[in-house]
Design a protein around this ligand. Structure first.
Ligand code: AHG
Ligand code: MN
Ligand code: MN
Ligand code: MN
Length: 332
């Protein structure tokens, strides 16, 4: 299909999805519909976020999630909105979410897909007007249609993802996703309620000079990570850390760079969750020509055992990820 006209910038997300579906003659449209359902939820959450200072939805919700984190009101709102949109869309049988301790059955047992989602990423940045995001990962269920999705459906390795992506609610709101045939970015025009193709076929630079890591935890980094951070300084890299994974990842994807959340004393396996943060962004970055590693192995090869399990994340430009893997191999 490479001879097909590249879709022009300005194409709507709907038209883009329809055109891409034509490339899969046997596709029956469910995944296309699921992507539309995610885009709808993103529009709704975007509106809530943009007015969060005006209506009483800032601050803590007053409950902790399974992660032991104080849920922010917008964490809960985004969680409800995405699960409702996925349920109403009818294509998803089961959802796992950062904000839900257990699997959520949508009741749509005909749904062919399961979704892992971080409904609101960067919660600590909500009330201070810094970019935040949503991260999603989509699998084909393995269990027979017509019943509830199973834990095995939800705990598949990252290599089995059929689609993954993120929304970044920043100076503009963007949806960036892949279905395994490259990465495309869409920018939201709120006055029209539409996402328009703005970043066709995103590829990430092979190397870069930006490193993103919370150096507040540097004293407890492993020797290899400590040496790599020193290497970045010796190379006069630029330190950029927003504290919202989606925002740090998106900047490095476009400009080149590396984002690291390593094991620390507080989080020996890192803080980021494999199923709805690491795997999703790993699929996107690999499709853009980058790399995603636990420091020792490819993120998408990690065998999941728990819905909320954490893993160290080294993600971004291939040459930078391979360099830190070298430091780790030589010191672990
Ligand atoms: P979430 O808000 O979904 O729990 O994720 C927060 C994550 C990620 O967005 C960010 O990069 C990281 O936490 C920041 O952690 P530190 O504050 O420990 O650096
Ligand atoms: Mn997150
Ligand atoms: Mn979150
Ligand atoms: Mn959280």
């Amino acid at each position: 299909h490479s001879d097909r006209l590249a879709l022009p910038v300005g194409t709507t997300l709907d038209r883009f999805i329809m055109r891409k579906q034509e490339d899969f003659p046997y596709a029956t449209g469910e995944l296309s519909q699921l992507l539309r359902d995610i885009a709808l939820a993103a529009k709704i959450v975007n509106r809530e976020i943009n007015r969060s200072g005006l209506i009483d939805i800032t601050g803590a919700y007053g409950q902790q999630n399974v992660q032991g984190e104080e849920q922010q009101k917008l964490d809960v709102i985004a969680n409800i909105r995405f699960i409702r949109a996925l349920r109403n869309g009818g294509e998803v049988c089961t959802v796992i979410s950062e904000e839900e301790e257990d699997m959520i059955q949508t009741g749509k047992t005909q749904g062919k897909y399961v979704v892992a989602i971080d409904p609101l990423d960067g919660s600590s940045n909500i009330d201070v007007n810094v970019s935040i995001g949503t991260i999603f990962s989509i699998y084909r269920r393995q269990s027979p249609i017509g019943q509830e999705g199973t834990m095995e459906d939800c705990l598949q390795k990252g290599v089995h993802q059929v689609a993954a992506g993120y929304v970044i609610y920043g100076s503009s709101t963007m949806l960036v996703y892949t279905t395994g045939a490259g990465v495309n970015g869409f920018t939201y025009e709120a006055s029209l309620g539409e996402f328009f193709l703005s970043h066709p076929n995103i590829t990430t630079p092979k190397t870069g000079t930006i490193y993103s890591i919370n150096e507040g935890s540097a004293n407890t980094f492993s020797e290899g990570v400590k040496q790599y951070v020193q290497h970045c300084k010796d190379q006069n890299f630029s330190a950029r850390y927003i504290g919202s994974l989606v925002a740090d990842f998106h900047r490095n994807l476009l400009k080149g760079g590396i984002y690291i959340y390593p094991g620390t004393a507080k989080n020996p396996n890192g803080k980021l969750r494999l199923m709805y943060e690491c795997n999703a962004l790993a699929f996107v970055v690999e499709q853009a020509g980058g790399k995603a590693s636990t420091g020792l192995k490819r993120i998408m090869e990690v065998e999941p055992h728990d819905m909320h399990e954490r893993c160290p994340l080294f993600i971004g430009s291939t040459e930078l990820v391979e360099k830190v893997e070298d430091f780790i191999r030589k010191t672990e």
